[in-house]
Structure formats: structure tokens, C-alpha cells
Unconditional design. Structure first.
Lengths: 71, 160
């Protein structure tokens, strides 16, 4: 089992900062895509070291679960 | 660490539940700022107050798809000091916040309208985010309001 954590900060002006943790490789982008679809438009994005770690099969599973498959 | 994204919210209530979604955010914002939700009326019933100054503020990214929204709906909020805030939508479907009251300058009213607009967007973002996270079975680990007025959420879920 993998632990997926998300830290969300909603500023006073309503801007939403999302920090996705514990998701290796491009799988974290599935969460990013899902939350973007739900909330609004991307103003800024930073990839951190974990993004470049080898991804697992989790990405495909997440795509199916979050409905964020390639369009 | 994996990724950090910063999102600007879009208030497309027609896509995600119609005017009631905006109503929920307006009500939450009103509670947060100590305003009373006085009544929900149609625009044609608006009561004109003689001598009242009025200012209007647009809510960015709030265009509503016209199909699902009843024209002329508005929410009226009142503060104890006598400022009335109306949340309505214009002909393009965009949300508008209008503040008026007797004995207040335009600057004061604009400040109140902008303060309310910010709170409205924050409440909308909060409701939207929490609903989506709960739908995907994230558990709330921590939730706190920071000194600067921002809301910080920490959620978690376990994946096979």
C-alpha cells in the first residue's frame, strides 16, 4: 500500500495551492489533472525530485480511478 | 516531494451544480464575515434606498452557462452597520457583488464588496476542493485557518 498525501492551501483570495506528496513519477500528474479539472486553471506548476523517480503501475490505475486518461 | 500546482478557481456553477453552488459559497462567506443572509429575491423586487451610495465588483472567472441558471436571481446580505450586499449575475452570466448603504463612502463600500468577493471565492474553492477530495475517499488529516486568513488542508489516502 502506498500513502498518497495532498496538502492544499486556499489563500484569502481563493487561489488554491496543491502539493501532492508520495506519488512517484508521472502518476502525480494524474492527481494534478484531476484537481485542475475540478477547480480551475493552472497558474503555476513545479515538478519536484519525486516526479523523476521511476513510476509504477500505479499511474494506470490512478488514471482509471480519477478519469484522467489521455484525451 | 512530487509536484506543486497553483490553481486559479473558475466559478462555473452551471457545470457543477447550478446556482445552489454559488448560494452555498455566498452563505458560507456571509457567515465568515458576520453578515446576515436577509432574503433571496428576484431583481425586480429590489428595494431602492434614497441617498444610498452603490458600488459594484465583478467576480473574476465566474461566467455561468446560461442554460441552467434562472435569470434575475440574487442573494441579499446585510451587515449590522447597515451595508447591504447583493450577489447577482449580469446578462453575460457573470457573478456581480454590489454593496450599497446610506452614510458610507464609495471607497468604504468598494472595500466591503471586495472583501466579500474574496471570501466568496475562497469559500467556493474550499467547498469544491473538499467535495472532490471526499469523493475520492481522501481522509482529512488536518484542517486549519492560518493567521493570514488562508485555509490549509492535509488529506491522505492509501492506494494498492
Amino acid at each position: 500500500m502506498a500513502q498518497h498525501d495532498i496538502e492544499v492551501t486556499i489563500s484569502k483570495t481563493g487561489e488554491v495551492k496543491v502539493h501532492i506528496k508520495g506519488v512517484k513519477g508521472k502518476a502525480c500528474m494524474e492527481y494534478a489533472k484531476w484537481l485542475t479539472n475540478a477547480i480551475g486553471v493552472v497558474k503555476d506548476q513545479k515538478l519536484t525530485s519525486e516526479y523523476y523517480e521511476p513510476e509504477t503501475k500505479a499511474r494506470i490505475k490512478l488514471q482509471q480511478e480519477l478519469g484522467t486518461g489521455d484525451e | 516531494m512530487s509536484t506543486i500546482i497553483i490553481l486559479s478557481p473558475i466559478l462555473y456553477p452551471a457545470i457543477i451544480g447550478g446556482w445552489p453552488v454559488i448560494t452555498a459559497a455566498v452563505t458560507a462567506a456571509a457567515v465568515g464575515l458576520g453578515l446576515n443572509v436577509k432574503e433571496k429575491v428576484h431583481e425586480e423586487n429590489k428595494v431602492e434606498v434614497a441617498g444610498a451610495v452603490e458600488v459594484e465588483v465583478d467576480v473574476n472567472n465566474s461566467e455561468v452557462l446560461t442554460d441552467n441558471v434562472v435569470s434575475g436571481k440574487e442573494l441579499v446580505l446585510t451587515s449590522e452597520e447597515g451595508i447591504v450586499i447583493r450577489v447577482t449575475r449580469n446578462e453575460r452570466g457573470q457573478c456581480k457583488v454590489c454593496a450599497y448603504g446610506k452614510g458610507f463612502s464609495k471607497t468604504e463600500l468598494k472595500a466591503r464588496a471586495e472583501e466579500f468577493t474574496q471570501k466568496l471565492v475562497q469559500c467556493f474553492s474550499y467547498n469544491r476542493t473538499v467535495t472532490e477530495l471526499k469523493n475520492k475517499e481522501f481522509q482529512m488529516i488536518n484542517e486549519e485557518v492560518m493567521e493570514d486568513g488562508s485555509i490549509r488542508l492535509h488529506v491522505r489516502r492509501w492506494v494498492d
